[in-house]
Every structure is written in C-alpha cells, then in structure tokens.
Ligand binder design. Structure first.
Ligand SMILES: Cc1cc2nc3c(=O)[nH]c(=O)nc-3n(C[C@H](O)[C@H](O)[C@H](O)COP(=O)(O)OP(=O)(O)OC[C@H]3O[C@@H](n4cnc5c(N)ncnc54)[C@H](O)[C@@H]3O)c2cc1C
Length: 386
C-alpha cells in the first residue's frame, strides 16, 4: 500500500499522524507553512509566550481524552471558573455559584444581575451537565441570543456577561452562533476547566510532533494539488495586544470582561497568573483581546489607546510595556455546518490523489478544537476502513 499522505499540520492532521505512527503505519504529513500547529500558534518573545489570539484548552472536551491519556495535558493549569465583569470602575466577580461558593454569590451586588439570572445559570448548568454533547447538535438550531432569551435571562445579564464572555469564544458579537455550540461550550465549562499549558497553546502540537518520526514530516511543503471537498471561505477575526506588567493587576486567575458595551476591548487576562511560564521571573503577561469588530484589518488601534482602555476598565494607572500585537484574520471558520463531529460524506472521498491522501486542512464539523481532533481521528479511521 502506498504511503498515506496527510495535508495540513494543524491539530487535525497531527492527530491523524499520531494515530498512524502509533499503529506503525506509514504516512507522510505535509504542511504548507513553516511551523506545525495550524491555529495553535505561540510566539516566544523575551521570555514571554504570546499566543496568536487568546485561546484556552477546555479540559472537558471529549476528544481531548486521547491527549489526556498520553499525559500531554498533565501540566495544564486552569483559569478560575468565572470572570470579572468590568464596568464603570466596578469590578464584580461572576463565579460559578456551585464551584466557587460563596464568592460566586458576590455577583448579586452587580446592578445588571438579578437573583433570577443566578438561578437560571444553575438551572441551565444542571440541565446540560448530564447530557451527552452529541445531543446538543441534534434538532433545529436557533441563535445563541434567542436561546439565552428563551431561557429567561435578563437582557442586562446577557449584555454584561454572556455577550462579552461568548464573544471571546465565538469571535462574533451578535451571538448568532447556533445554540448547539453555546450548549456544548457551556457544558464543557461546567464539566471541566479552561486551561493553559506551559509555554503557550503551541505546546500541544509541539508535544505531538515530538512523538512523530521526523522523516515523515514536511514543513514548507508545496503540495501539487489542493485539498478537495469542503472549502471553508469565511472566517471570524481576532487580535491580541500583549504587554509586560509587574503584577496580575488584581485579576488573579480570572479573565476580565468588558461589560460596558463600548470600547475596543473584549476581554483581558493574565495568562502568567495561571501558568507562570507565560512570563519571565518577576513579570506578568497582560493579554488584551479585542472585539471582533475592532480586529479586522481596517482597525488601526494603537497599543497606548488599548492601554488607556484597560486603565479605564480597571480604574487604575498601569505601568506596562507593549510587547506585540498579534492579528489573526482567519481565526475561526464561520461557515461550518455546526455538527458535533464528521458526518459520513460519500460524495467527498478522502482518497483521490497519489497514494492515499487525507485532507486535514481546517475544521469540518464545527469551529472547535474538539471537532478538529475528531476530524483527525476520523481520517485515521478512514485509512483503516480501506
Ligand atoms: C484565537 C483562537 C481562539 C480559539 N479558541 C478556541 C477555543 O477556545 N476553543 C476551541 O475549541 N477552539 C478554539 N479555537 C479553534 C481551534 O484552535 C481550531 O478549531 C483548531 O486548532 C483547528 O485545527 P485544524 O487542524 O482543523 O485546522 P488548522 O489549525 O487551521 O490547521 C490546518 C493546517 O493546514 C495547513 N494547510 C492548508 N492547506 C494545506 C495544503 N493544501 N497542504 C498542506 N497544508 C495545508 C494550514 O497551513 C494549517 O496549518 C480558536 C482558534 C483561534 C485562532
């Protein structure tokens, strides 16, 4: 049998390669760029780890089990279960009331949060947590916004919490993403934690690559035919500004959400408060993630303007040194079918080039790490089914 050829060295292609490697099957992995990991990229700069866009690993994603089992996530450390709501000089911690009791109840002091909202959060959590995630993707989707309204959340709670929090995940501000994705992410947050690995998000692909035979790996490869089948065209963008700071600015391990409905900032976080290796000794890394509407190529927002906005949100003067601004114009594909995992697609065979060609270029089912890993697993299975 000719070598299996995998095109795309993101997490999907790397997952397929790892499974083939472990079964001692021959394969070649081709990546057009000069680095592995696809969307999981980190720039190392002066001892700081700068992820290309604020990104976390949801420990409860079922597909991550293959990496939990191999110990690749053993040193992942978690953000706190909740977020600071930052508005008009006020900083309120909205924490999971069940996991962070009693401080989870502090949110009731916020003018935008009603007792009924906290009750609805607990109700939603309890209704989703014991379901299998595949069930969220069955049935007719409505938008996340419609879903939240139908759950009975107040508009002020949606605006001050759900909007900024899920904008940071969906990378779109209107919450038009199908509610299946919302349920899946909410389920994962309730079941597990949002985690960081030492050295940045690219540590996961780096660990996979370290397990692969280097003779089978080809960077800067110019494949002589393009990936066929579904081509994803439209994307949501994001942009992260990074600053060196001396303290965790009082955010500790929780992300801070811009709950004001104005400005360019979506969220701020101190990754080094979670994983100390994100910054050199004695320093912290401030990550400022912009709203998608402020992240497109046309928006020219200076680091000093961003820092002024951060100072305003935190109501404090900050001594910070700008490190870098990383724009990710093609962060999340916006035209996936929003399924749980790969559906059988007989009309788009995975083998139509020389040898056995598998295309692992971009998400297929939905724009998550979970779906990408599942895609890699299903490519591997398709080899074994031949
Ligand atoms: C800022 C940001 C935040 C995110 N946050 C989250 C999150 O919180 N939770 C979550 O679940 N997911 C999140 N994601 C999404 C997650 O990172 C992606 O779903 C996942 O990494 C996609 O992996 P992939 O292998 O399918 O595709 P990609 O990572 O896009 O990899 C595809 C690779 O194929 C290469 N390629 C393309 N064409 C060819 C060709 N013809 N031949 C060879 N190589 C080719 C590309 O160069 C690329 O390296 C986020 C992504 C970003 C960017």
């Amino acid at each position: 049998m000719p070598d299996v050829q995998i095109y795309g060295g993101g997490i999907a292609g790397l997952t397929a390669a790892l499974l083939l490697e472990e079964q001692k099957q021959t394969y070649q992995l081709y990546e057009t760029q000069s680095h592995w990991g696809g969307k999981l990229q980190t720039t190392q700069q002066d001892g700081f780890a700068l992820d290309h866009g604020f990104q976390v690993i949801q420990s409860a994603y079922p597909a991550l089990e293959i990496y939990h089992k191999r110990g690749y996530l053993n040193d992942a450390l978690a953000f706190g279960s909740g977020a600071w709501l930052l508005s008009n000089g006020r900083k309120t911690l909205l924490a999971d009331p069940l996991r962070e009791f009693p401080r989870g109840l502090a949110a009731l002091g916020h003018p935008g949060i009603k007792l009924n909202d906290v009750f609805q959060v607990v109700k939603l959590r309890n209704s989703l947590i014991n379901q299998s995630p595949q069930t969220f993707f069955r049935g007719n989707p409505i938008t996340t916004l419609q879903y939240l309204q139908s759950c009975g959340f107040s508009q002020s709670f949606i605006e001050s919490f759900f909007k900024p929090f899920f904008t940071g995940i969906f990378l779109e501000e209107a919450l038009n993403t199908p509610h299946s994705m919302f349920q899946f992410v909410f389920w994962a947050l309730a079941k597990g934690n949002a985690c960081l690995l030492p050295g940045g998000i690219q540590t996961l692909p780096n660990r996979i690559v370290a397990s692969l035979n280097p003779n089978n790996l080809h960077l800067n490869a110019s494949p002589d035919y393009r990936a066929e089948g579904r081509t994803l065209q439209k994307h949501f963008a994001t942009q992260a500004h990074y600053f060196a700071v001396d303290t965790h600015l009082g955010l500790v391990k929780f992300i801070g959400l811009n709950a004001t409905n104005h400005g360019n900032i979506n969220l701020i976080a101190i990754p080094s408060a979670v994983q100390s290796g994100y910054a050199p000794n004695g320093k912290h890394l401030l990550c400022v993630s912009l709203k998608p509407s402020s992240s497109n190529g046309l928006a020219q927002i200076s680091p000093s303007q961003i820092l002024t906005e951060v100072e305003h949100l935190l109501s404090t003067k900050i001594s910070a040194q700008w490190l870098n601004t990383l724009a990710v114009p093609q962060a999340l594909p916006s035209d996936t079918p929003y399924l749980y995992g790969d559906e059988p697609q007989p009309e788009t065979p995975t083998s139509n080039g020389p040898g056995n060609a598998l295309y692992a270029t971009g998400n297929i089912a939905n724009p998550s790490l979970n779906a990408a890993i599942l895609h890699g697993m299903s490519l591997y299975s398709s080899v074994n089914c031949r």
